[in-house]
Design a protein around this ligand. Structure first.
Ligand SMILES: [Zn+2]
Length: 287
């Protein structure tokens, strides 16, 4: 054949329908989001300890930043996934199901699910529909909390799958009918350490190789510890966060200048109250 050299090998494989030859139990894929992956044995030990009340998982390091996890039943699989993302040595460790029709290399291990809280939303915009609209600007919305379910909470809460190769979004300007935009802050539950310079997971500012926005003192004010939210259950015993409030935009802060704000129309439930999300520092990462 003339083109024999350029033909590529194609093989069709049989599927084991009952999966009887595979070890039983749900299979999960874990990934540590770290630019330089720490000691594998240590990661495994920390996870075994963290999950010991759920059961006894089999954790195996595969390659790069990826682990396979075999658990005994669905209850344990759900607990590990729902209580994540986990933090190991300060790094995010995310766990997702390993679909049987996916090779380990095909799993989107850079995608991580967070509960994101939106602070600085006025009462009349505190709607599940608005939570969903905001979540869709951040990533893929899995579910939203009803802000009125257990009485007024004061913030929106969105379960969102986000792409961790992008900087975390710190907030957005909310268009107010009075013409004065206000800042809405985003806080992430179970957020591990991340870079306060570029806003990405995987390293801290000492190991940052990106070009962040910095002020005259060489400090980045776009990202900080204030983006770490206490989970809703932990909020009952909340103490105030010790963060440098003077250097950051805070929830409810009024915009002095709308110039440069990239405007994205996100929602209006009533037809009267339009809200607009965007930013002016380039960290917004979804269209
Ligand atoms: Zn960085």
């Amino acid at each position: 054949m003339d083109n024999a050299k350029t033909e590529e090998l194609v093989i069709k494989l049989e599927e084991s329908l009952g999966l009887s030859s595979l070890e039983s139990g749900p299979k999960l894929i874990g990934a540590i989001i770290a630019d330089k992956v720490p000691n594998m044995g240590a990661i495994k030990n920390i996870l075994m300890k963290a999950w010991e009340s759920f059961g006894e998982p089999k954790i195996m390091y595969m390659k790069d930043n990826i682990f396979t996890i075999l658990v005994q039943d669905e209850v344990m699989a759900n607990k590990i996934i729902e209580e994540g993302p986990w933090s190991v040595m300060g790094f995010c460790f995310s766990v997702q199901r390993w679909p049987s029709n996916l090779a380990i290399e095909e799993a989107p291990t850079h995608m991580v699910v967070y509960w994101i809280q939106v602070h600085g939303i006025p009462l009349n915009l505190m709607l599940t529909g608005n939570a969903r609209e905001i979540g869709e600007k951040l990533g893929t919305v899995l579910e939203v909390d009803d802000p009125w379910n257990k009485g007024p909470r004061g913030f929106l809460r969105i379960h969102t799958l986000i792409d961790t190769t992008n900087p975390l979004a710190a907030g957005f300007w909310l268009l107010r009918p009075e013409g004065l935009d206000t800042w809405a802050e985003l806080k992430y539950e179970k957020l591990s350490d991340f870079c306060f310079d570029c806003g990405k997971l995987g390293h801290t500012k000492n190991g940052c190789k990106f070009n962040p926005d910095k002020n005259e003192d060489g400090e980045s004010t776009a990202f900080g510890d204030w983006m770490k939210a206490r989970t809703v259950r932990e909020r009952h015993n909340q103490v105030s966060l010790n963060v440098p409030r003077s250097v950051r935009r805070q929830a409810g802060q009024i915009s002095m200048m709308n110039l440069g704000t990239r405007v994205v129309r996100v929602a209006q439930k009533s037809g009267e109250n339009e809200i607009v999300a965007g930013n002016n520092n380039g960290s917004w990462h979804a269209d």
